[in-house]
Design a protein around this ligand. Sequence first.
Ligand code: ADP
Ligand code: MG
Length: 397
Amino acid sequence: MLRIIESLGDLKGKRVLVRSDFNVPLKEGVITDDGRIRAALPTLTKLIEAGAKVIIMAHLGRPKGEVKPEFSLAPVATRLGELVDVPVSLAKDITGESARELAAALNEGEILLLENVRFDPRETSKVDAEREEMAAELAELADAFVSDGFGVVHRKQASVYDVAKKLPSASGLLVLKEIESLRKATDNPERPYAVVLGGSKVSDKLGVIANLLSKADILLIGGGMAFTFLKAQGYEVGKSLLEEDQVETVKGYIAEAAEKGVDLVLPVDVVVAPEFAKDATPTVVAADAIPADQMGLDIGPESQALYAAKIAGSKTVAWNGPMGVFEFENFANGTKAVAAALSEGECFSVVGGGDSAAAVRLLGFDEATFSHISTGGGASLELLEGKTLPGIAVLEG
Ligand code: ADP
Ligand code: MG
């Protein structure tokens, strides 16, 4: 059982460290999707209402242990300030003078955001003692720790894992909801249980596929990874994304699916184009007739109808990875069709994966029509893989 915020007792006047996932996409310093910041609000609001002094730890991008201004959390602090109606300040550092002074000066119900925790190389260090040293400095800023950055709970990092051992700790509302929803879809799914897998590479998702072959009833494959499957079936894939070194592994999966009675479904038609470009001319071809000089950038209309029908007939559906290059309008229809089937269906529907969740919002779907849209790409994948996540295990008991 995950420990909940209530287990921390009365938080009035207490300093509470919160790990949030504010790793939002930025374009020229402007946040293009604030979904992750909004997902953090329920926990922050709860703590503010309880009269806590809230100190948030978060990361942005991959500054690789160095202070890099382009990865400052400043835009996040501004956006957060617009979303909550309490003062939000931003420390100049993580556990330095600025952080300590601002933390000491915090009033009840106010928020302090520490600078990007990944500016400190100890955050992601593989050496336990280095992470523990940073965690001890963080713990000194507060009286309790709430873990709510679902996107990072699969990481054994100072602000996620080690700090939880140094303070009374509990899971936040987002982490609780994520775990509940993903376990509902993976541990004991109502059947038929269909999993839709897409995205760019098979190699990213080998663990998931292997685990799902003994759990799912239906496996629908799309996106760039579909071409390694089509190649394994003996088809030519032209200039499509292909991981030659995974073809043998994928052949094994196809055989295993047949053996276990898993309905493994591959695209029957594909939208191809001569190049990877927004305005490339789309053409629909059969999956076994991809021209040598073209690349597959989406699943075709017949496949879309087939996948939608399989989803409509399922009671539980987990979806990870776009069906095509949804960023280009001409190649977004496969992803749209899958999203629509999940959104309109009666099934328990879970969307995992950073790009898939972004696609749902970008394509204009109402998030409320899905049972759960995960905020964590890697973390949701590892749960689908059936792994134990360090940032979750440390909150159990
Ligand atoms: P998620 O973040 O949801 O797990 P991935 O990161 O695995 O998804 O993959 C998302 C990316 O895959 C998107 O940027 C999309 O454009 C790309 N993609 C999907 N289909 C194709 C394809 N046929 N060829 C190349 N890239 C593709
Ligand atoms: Mg991704």
